[in-house]
Design a protein around this ligand. Structure first.
Ligand SMILES: CC(C)(COP(=O)(O)OP(=O)(O)OC[C@H]1O[C@@H](n2cnc3c(N)ncnc32)[C@H](O)[C@@H]1OP(=O)(O)O)[C@@H](O)C(=O)NCCC(=O)NCCS
Length: 201
């Protein structure tokens, strides 16, 4: 059984690992959001088709089954539509440390969904996996992304100068935000409590 839950339910969302039949829904969400994803996500550089969606679902599922990473699709309970993705990636098991990553279907930006999902994943990392460190990294110009980290109470730990080239080939600085204790997670409005369902689906 995976060390990750079959799902995490927050006030408004279900977070769950992908199944093979999610490929079409993932493709739909990525296609609808491609302009924004291409701007900030290194994997959205040269297009994203059904084969990439299938590979993503299979890879995420395998990393879930192995208990390595929890790459979770975000869905609204009343609908089947995939509205984004939030992941808890294992970085150094000896700390243990994790990295949070996320993206949203562009139609669902501005509602607090990623803050809600990221809070649930960070809470799981600190409370159930005894994380010593959870970090979030992003392009220094990605204001919406660092706003999520700051809303959650993460500390702006460092800026790495001229760290990466973006998908347009431009050199960019990167910000690193970190948290060391789940008690520091700020309780933003309507955050709700999350509920994990054990089992590997
Ligand atoms: C980064 C990204 C996920 C941020 O999305 P987002 O919708 O701004 O973040 P959230 O879902 O947490 O929503 C926060 C927004 O909802 C508003 N909001 C509404 N209800 C809210 C609630 N209950 N709780 C928190 N925020 C709420 C906030 O005020 C904020 O809006 P504002 O920035 O206009 O003030 C999104 O822009 C994205 O997918 N970008 C492309 C991929 C990407 O850059 N990923 C990060 C790579 S490191």
């Amino acid at each position: 059984m995976s060390r990750y839950p079959a799902q995490i339910a927050t006030e408004r969302l279900i977070l769950r690992p992908p199944a093979p039949e999610d490929a079409a829904g993932v493709l739909n969400a990525v296609t609808a959001s491609y302009a924004e994803l291409h701007r900030w996500m290194s994997w959205a550089r040269t297009g994203f088709k059904i084969d990439e969606a299938r590979t993503f679902c299979a890879d995420a599922r395998s990393r879930f089954d192995q208990g390595h990473d929890f790459i979770a699709l975000l869905t609204l309970p009343a609908e089947r539509e995939i509205i984004g993705c939030a992941s808890l990636l294992s970085r150094d098991p000896r700390v243990p440390s994790f990295e949070l990553t996320y993206w949203l279907h562009s139609e669902f930006v501005g509602c607090g969904y990623v803050t809600e999902a990221a809070r649930a994943l960070a809470t799981f990392a600190f409370d159930s996996l005894f994380a010593g460190r959870v970090e979030i990294r992003m392009d220094g110009n990605n204001r919406r992304s660092w706003a999520v980290a700051e809303r959650l109470g993460f500390e702006w730990e460092a800026t790495l100068k001229a760290y990466r080239r973006n998908n347009r080939g431009e050199l960019s600085d990167w910000r690193i935000y970190a948290m060391f204790n789940g008690g520091d997670l700020s309780a933003a409005r309507h955050a709700g409590r999350s509920q994990t369902v054990l089992g590997s689906n």
